[in-house]
Ligand binder design. Structure first.
Ligand code: OAD
Length: 249
């Protein structure tokens, strides 16, 4: 089934039902942002796991920054795609809607989504490795990694790394939303990184209807009520078309 065409499913979307969408790197794939675990996920010879962790940063801060500056440059050139815009429409169509993202690329915000729970931080922001103070330091690396003006610690990207906890407030809000959801849509995520991966299962345990949109099967697929094997930038606009048909009939 490529289209979400079941009327009962569409009705689950409608207010006052609580709708939660969890997005991952697959949502930005059509914008040209490489996914983490796809063919283009490697930078030089490194996997994200090798670089996106505090030990790697302490050992080789300039190498880790070099990777993030490469990603910043890449992201500064890309634009949101139909999947991001469809999620803006969905937010407008149901006032009981929550968008949770693992993406750090800022594209949901750029598309116009207003309320976004960013579980893994934001690639375009910096903070201090030691005292966490936000920083607007210009990271260029010619003179090494900039230091915090508060404590002298190393400035790092404001993203969550492997082995680190998620921002407490963000994860709590995400858990509450998942617990309360009637419809939970997981889009473009491999579901391999905890604790985000547990959110659809939490929703399912509370009786939510689970839709998964992904080009490939994941650990969630067999637990989903509906698996839409399609690209997010096609499946999400299709979903909106189907909802509008139901609303107008
Ligand atoms: P992954 O790279 O692990 O997974 C991307 C998923 O998107 C895969 O399941 C693909 O099959 C799917 N996909 C690819 N193209 C798609 C498309 N056009 N439409 C729909 N689905 C598509 O990325 P995430 O699941 O987001 O964490 O990874 C989770 C976290 O691991 C990331 O937030 C990041 C990473 O390490 C941190 O940086 C902390």
């Amino acid at each position: 089934m490529n289209m979400i065409e079941n009327k009962t499913v569409i009705e689950k979307f409608l207010y006052p039902n609580k709708v939660v969408v969890l997005t991952g790197a697959g949502v930005s794939a059509a914008s040209g942002v490489p996914t983490f675990r796809g063919k283009e996920g490697l930078w030089k010879k490194y996997s994200p796991e090798e670089l996106a962790n505090p030990r790697a940063f302490i050992a080789q801060p300039e190498l880790v920054w070099e990777w993030y500056l490469w990603r910043r440059k890449l992201i500064s050139k890309v634009k949101p795609n139909f999947a991001h815009y469809a999620l803006v429409d969905l937010e407008e169509m149901n006032s009981n809607f929550t968008l949770i993202t693992q993406n750090v690329d800022n594209l949901h915000r750029e598309a116009g989504s207003t309320y976004i729970i960013e579980l893994h931080g934001n690639l375009m922001k910096n903070r201090c490795f030691d005292c966490n103070k936000s920083s607007t330091a210009d990271v260029r690396l010619e003179n090494g990694v900039p230091l915090c003006d508060n404590c002298g610690g190393l400035i790092r990207p404001d993203v969550v790394w492997f082995g680190e906890s998620l921002p407490l407030q963000a994860f709590q809000s995400a858990r509450i939303a998942a617990n309360e959801s009637d419809l939970f849509i997981s889009v473009g995520t491999s579901g391999l990184v905890e604790p985000a991966a547990s959110l659809p299962f939490l929703a399912k345990a509370r009786g939510a209807y689970i839709i998964e949109i992904n080009t490939e099967e994941t650990p969630l697929t067999s637990q989903s009520d509906l698996f839409v094997q399609d690209s997010a930038d096609i499946a999400l606009p299709d979903f909106i078309k189907q909802i509008k048909l139901v609303i107008n009939n």
